[in-house]
Design a protein around this ligand. Sequence first.
Ligand SMILES: Nc1ncnc2c1ncn2[C@@H]1O[C@H](COP(=O)(O)OP(=O)(O)OP(=O)(O)O)[C@@H](O)[C@H]1O
Ligand SMILES: [Mg+2]
Length: 271
Amino acid sequence: MAKTEEFFLSGRGVTKIYGLGNKKTVAVNKVDFDFHKGEIVSIVGESGSGKTTLAKMLLGLHNVTSGEIYYKGELRDIRSQRKKRAYWRGIQAIFQDPFSSFNVFNRIDTLLLDCINMKGEKGLTYEKKCERMTEACSFVNLKFAELTKKYPFELSGGQMQRLMIARIFLLKPQILIADEPTSMIDACSRATILDMLLKLRDEIDMTILFITHDIGLAYYVSDSVYIMEQGAFVEKGTADEVILNPAADYTKRLIHDVPKIYEEWDLSTVK
Ligand SMILES: Nc1ncnc2c1ncn2[C@@H]1O[C@H](COP(=O)(O)OP(=O)(O)OP(=O)(O)O)[C@@H](O)[C@H]1O
Ligand SMILES: [Mg+2]
């Protein structure tokens, strides 16, 4: 592939096959994609269509069975632990279940301090670090002083989701993969979380890959949309092209299942 600096993360023929013989599952089947800097891309598909598998390959948590992933225009190389760690400074994720994302034996302040250290700011004074953590917590409407001695299991699901975003605020990755980050919370908190992600994108020009089965949500948040069916992309384009003018039957069906798709989300009631 030609060197494409403008694309932050690209894939050609990316495939993941789990298992062998008659236990074989083609979870992701020869997908091509190009994500730009600062773009919000949604990947929409039904349960089992391969969304999380693709996310895990992009994160380097799962090997790619075949195909290539390009990062900043170069073939991605994460074969050594050192290279993998460097890659992870640029790409971070929020997963479906926030409780699986934290080490439950670490206190909240330790979790946040780790982010500051990972960012290469280990040398800051403790006061300065506290300032950073307080700022990150207030970005997501949490009070650092009240959380500092707590453990993750002492928080509610919604607080956990917000804490994950506070981590992202500190880590400032260039790419964020958000895999159904709002699945565990009510509609009101969901709008707040989405709003925070959008604000974060504006603040640090982050590329966000938003993974969801909810095409209405995708329309609300994204610049581009990729529709995934049984491991393959059946349609891609701008959110308006794909959702207001769908070509594939599968996309039409997903839209049909969401009656309120054309309604504007009302965020005015959300603090
Ligand atoms: N570790 C694994 N081993 C074997 N098969 C797997 C594994 N992980 C996922 N699969 C299979 O790969 C396919 C895609 O799964 P994946 O988790 O990527 O779907 P998804 O689109 O994220 O679904 P959901 O919306 O339910 O989260 C499914 O058929 C699933 O059973
Ligand atoms: Mg999934």
